[in-house]
Design a protein. Sequence first.
Length: 304
Amino acid sequence: MLVLSNGSIHGSVGGGPVEGACQAKAAKLLQGTKTHHFLSFDLNSVTAADAGMVCGGAVKVLLQRVSAKHLPFFENIGRLQRERERPVLVTVMQPEHDPVLAVWTARDGLAGAALPETLAAELARKAAKTRQSFSLEKDGLRVFAEPIVAPTALHLVGAGHVALATAKVAAFAGFEVVVMDDRSEFADPGRYPEAREVRVLENFDACLGDLGADDYVVIVTRGHLHDRDVLAQALKTGAGYIGMIGSRSKRDAVYRSLLESDYTQADLDRVFCPIGLTIGADTPEEIAVSIVGEMIRVRAGVPA
């Protein structure tokens, strides 16, 4: 959570009395000379219960003053994020010292702080495979790591009723939406105000381009042949999620066609079809919820 000098905030540390106390303390920190402060909260206490904080456990919050001298550091993180280097913001804390900000990437390792070899190795191991924040501690030295993950791009191939609902739900869940169709009346930016990009295609040939793990593909075209051709393209990319709408009989027919065209069973095992979580979805809006729910599960690394 960022607290500005005018008292406004961006982001959150959970709301409620914890957030209110942090906001008040941050205002005082900005007016004083200290560079940081720790606030601790016992959510099991009677006082916490009286305030309606029934989650239990404990919370410790680091308040750290950010000034103009930090700007190049954060600009560098922004650059690394745009380059898809998946930077990890690292805060190194030890007693009697100011917290130190550093950044880790798989390409460059840790820059801005020095860590003991074992702690550095554990940081690299965990940072390379998780999207979630985590902390490490050894001999009084604590490291808090926050992966700075770029929004996952959802490529909606097809712009009909299911795509329309899916775009809305996906954008609300934090995906960057790209919509494409060969029908201009459907692939209309006016229908998709939440989309980052809306493309009108001449046809579905070579419509996906080079995709990586942060790109998800949902295939909802108007016909089986288009779905089959787009799926063939998607399987040649590194997309992190590939989903195709349709019945099991449609899926089996498309899969047979691809197996006859030198695709392997391992390729097909990447595909989510029938698409979406099994929640009894029927309407386009319900199907959209099931699709986005499945993508959230994949994005979070939760097994099926």
